[in-house]
Write a protein that binds this ligand. Structure first.
Ligand code: DQA
Length: 143
């Protein structure tokens, strides 16, 4: 499998400072460590990134399209309104797993819409950092 790009959107670098009832106590660097450990265990190369900037996220998705890299994406708030990120993801021919730490469907109504789910291979939400671990396993299953 090509290197998997694990893309994290806005405010995910502030995990740890965000509501622990929703996101758990884990901070961003621990999330990166946990996902890296799981990837190593599964024999998957990962490149884990975070940006608060939509343009940067789109450039990374283009990079994945050009490099035929599978993508695990937590687009954070962009999930709910960024047609530009959806359009970028639509270019990919490699698998896309949408992940969320929380379950957006159990939260405020504006989070019930994902504009990216329709172009993702599948979505895993509500399992904390395990959403990422399950996404890695899903990629192995479908590859
Ligand atoms: C999130 C859910 C989104 O609604 C929210 O805007 C985030 C994080 C999650 O991982 O649970 O920033 O994507």
């Amino acid at each position: 499998m090509n290197t998997v790009l694990v893309l994290n959107g806005p405010n995910l670098s502030k995990l740890g400072a965000r509501d622990p009832k929703i996101y758990g106590g884990i901070d961003y660097s621990s999330l990166v460590d946990e996902v890296s450990k799981e990837a190593k265990l599964l024999g998957i190369d990962v490149d884990i990134r975070q940006s608060d900037d939509e343009t940067t996220m789109i450039q990374w998705i283009h990079e994945a399209a050009d490099g035929k890299n599978p993508v695990i994406i937590n687009a954070a708030a962009f999930t709910h309104y960024s047609y530009a990120i959806r359009d970028a993801l639509e270019i990919l021919r490699s698998p896309i797993i949408e992940v969320h730490i929380s379950n957006p469907l159990a939260r405020e109504e504006f989070r019930h819409t994902s504009v990216i789910s329709g172009v993702a291979t599948g979505t895993i939400a509500g399992f904390g950092v395990d959403s990422y671990r399950l996404a890695l396993r899903a990629l192995l299953t479908i590859s």
